[in-house]
Design a protein around this ligand. Structure first.
Ligand code: K7E
Ligand code: CUA
Length: 622
């Protein structure tokens, strides 16, 4: 959702920004003004002196960079980029054998929505999930190492934008598709769209034992675009909601044709019922995947009319309500789970669409909220006091409102055009109400210019009392969504535990050796400050000689079991590079198709003799 109406938002936001900056930061002559005092006290709020750590981790999605960005809050200092769906030269992610296999040949991804694993509706700090809109993948990152452990390729779907959101105890993640496609991505004329194309929702689970993601089953929803979703909590924990657009089933000129009808739908479904249907064999098997047809299998899925083309849908921390944001309509619609359950039970239907019952809007809707002059509501976050915070893309602001009454309580301009925002522990059952960060699509004049393309911008807003923008930080494109967690919930390891069981790891210089099997050369080597040893018995322990055309497999163990002593392993001119963290073994595999003499070296500056940490790969010509 980027830059839909930059002209209007620019005007509104520019005007608002100008007034804010003049009000707060103008100094007159050399006198200290109220603005100076304010700036100083704001600076103190976010200043984290050296030696102290931030209170929160921010995991910001990297959008079409395919990566995840880790920031500290409140300092808003960027700590690291963690590669997820795209190769990353800095860490060699996508070059070593394991991560290369996980990426499956894809060189980019589009990561929109990160989600923490949850236990009883609280972030448990164990895992981070994300999905890839570009190439239909889901990933899981282990927060002990911040390393991606598994990537699942999902069939029959084209862009799981709607994900990832986990259920209360991480039983499932739902991946509804943004673009409808025929099963198996088969060719079918767009004239047959309504008949042949499907808006498939994938239901995925995570196995903590083997750290793998698994596709449990799919639901063949109508060929609509599914936009955002959220899982229920507490009394609604068996349920989840999705927003839809293009229920018109338009296949061209979407900008106009997908906004014809006044209403689209919220899809409300009971995932426990869906699980049960699968258990009871109520599904079809399509290319090896269990697929539920909601027109045939009734009792789990319902539609609720909502103002057309909504964007976000967010469940309140108490699990009692869900709020749809209008995007095109300047309205947040508050729905009640209790009312929805009652409508389901008493069959208060206003009709059927594609065989799915449509719940009566008035019976389920609790309130339509229209803050004055607030335009383009996209996403809602929560605090600990029952307030909701909705980003307004077009009027460039965050509006704070009372979920119980719909009354506007406060509003703050942001620079500019916020998409999502994220509050501290905001998607958990107990947000703590300290900060909210506006994830702005446009930065315009906020930072030193780097040419026509600007970074996106994140603005830290204090929500403990009256909302106030305190700090701002540029961020690479493009954080759609982010998650913020209390720092003390995470407990990353310092050194990989020495894994003696891994068959290819070598834990001493003396054990380094080379094995040849036909035209495969396996090097079992070590990296340590400040050398590589590939063959303990060789005349040159840091050189490897192979024949042109050999498959070369380097298994390198970093035997420096010390904090932060990471080594790189790169081969000059061979386009090979990987990072080996302390205690880790990594594998690099390639065919030595170019004859010649190729220096290899450590890419991470690991000691005073780092420059000396090098050797040779010699490839004898055929
Ligand atoms: Cu950009 Cu959540 Cu993909 Cu809204 S989404 S902004
Ligand atoms: Cu190891 Cu530089």
């Amino acid at each position: 959702m980027k830059k839909i109406v930059p002209a209007i938002s620019g005007l509104v936001a520019g005007f608002v920004a100008a007034s804010v900056f003049f009000a707060d930061f103008t100094t007159i002559g050399s006198k200290t003004t109220a603005g100076d005092v304010k700036a100083k006290s704001n600076a103190e709020k976010v200043y984290v002196p050296f030696g102290k750590k931030d209170d929160y981790y921010l995991f910001a999605s990297g959008g079409h960079s395919g990566q995840m960005f880790i920031y500290g809050v409140p300092s808003m200092r960027k700590i690291r980029t963690i590669p997820v769906f795209s190769p990353d030269a800095a860490t060699g992610y996508g070059w070593d054998k394991e991560s290369k296999a996980m990426l499956g040949g894809y060189t980019w991804g589009d990561l929109h929505h990160p989600a923490f694993s949850e236990t009883k509706g609280e972030y448990d700090g164990k895992y981070m999930f994300a999905t890839d809109v570009a190439n239909n993948r889901a990933a899981v990152m282990d927060l002990k190492t911040f390393a991606v452990k598994d990537i699942l390729k999902v069939p029959n779907t084209s862009g799981p934008h709607c994900a990832a959101f986990v259920t209360e105890n991480t039983e499932h993640m739902f991946l509804p598709t943004r673009f409808a496609v025929p099963f198996g991505h088969k060719y079918a004329s767009l004239d047959d769209y309504s008949k042949t194309y499907k808006g498939v929702m994938s239901v995925v689970s995570f196995n903590e034992g083997n750290k793998k993601l698994k596709l449990d089953y799919q639901v063949a929803l109508p060929p609509w675009s599914f936009d955002l979703s959220d899982a229920g909590k507490k009394t609604s924990s068996d349920w989840a909601v999705l927003t839809t657009y293009n229920t018109e089933e338009a296949t061209t000129n979407m900008e106009i044709n997908a906004s014809q009808k006044d209403r689209d739908y919220i899809v409300l479904f009971n995932w426990k019922e869906l699980d049960k249907m699968v258990k009871d064999g109520k599904y079809d098997t399509v290319s090896g995947v269990k697929v539920i047809d909601p027109a045939k299998q009734k009792g789990a899925i319902y539609l609720i009319p909502v103002a057309k083309s909504p964007h976000g849908v967010d469940v309140t921390p108490d699990g009692k309500r869900f709020i749809a944001s209008g995007k095109l309509a300047p309205t947040m619609t508050v729905f009640s789970f209790e009312k929805a359950f009652d409508a389901v039970k008493n069959k208060k239907f206003q009709g059927e669409q594609d065989g799915i019952p449509v719940l009566d809007y008035k019976s389920v809707m609790e309130r339509e909220v229209n803050p004055e002059n607030a335009l383009g509501p996209l996403h809602t976050q929560f605090d600990d006091k029952g307030f909701a915070y909705t980003t307004m893309f077009i009027s460039s602001e965050i509006v704070k409102w009372n979920v119980n009454t719909g009354e506007t309580v406060d509003r703050v301009p942001v620079q500019y055009s916020p998409g999502h925002s994220v509050s501290t522990e905001g998607d958990s059952a107990s947000p703590d109400g300290k900060w909210i960060i506006a994830l702005n699509k446009l930065a315009k004049d906020s930072y030193l210019s780097v040419g026509p393309s600007h970074p996106e911008s994140m603005q830290l807003i204090d929500i403990s009392d009256k909302m106030e923008v305190i700090q701002s930080a540029p961020v690479d494109p493009e954080p759609h969504y982010a998650q913020m967690i209390k720092a003390d919930k995470l407990n990353p390891i310092v050194v990989y535990p020495k894994d003696e069981k891994r068959p290819d790891s070598v834990w001493s210089q003396e054990k380094a050796h080379i094995e040849r099997k036909g035209n495969e050369v396996h090097v079992y080597g070590i990296a340590m400050r400040s050398k590589f040893v590939f063959d303990a018995k060789a005349k040159r322990r840091d050189a490897v000689t192979v024949k042109q055309g050999d498959k070369v497999v380097f298994h390198i163990t970093n035997i420096d079991l010390d904090q932060d002593i990471t080594h790189g392993f790169a081969i000059n001119s061979y386009n090979q590079n990987m990072e080996i963290q302390p205690g880790e073994t990594k594998t690099m595999e390639f065919v030595a198709d170019k004859a010649g003499s190729y220096p290899l070296y450590c890419t991470n500056f690991c000691s005073a003799l780092h420059q000396e940490m090098s050797g040779y790969l010699l490839v004898e010509p055929k």
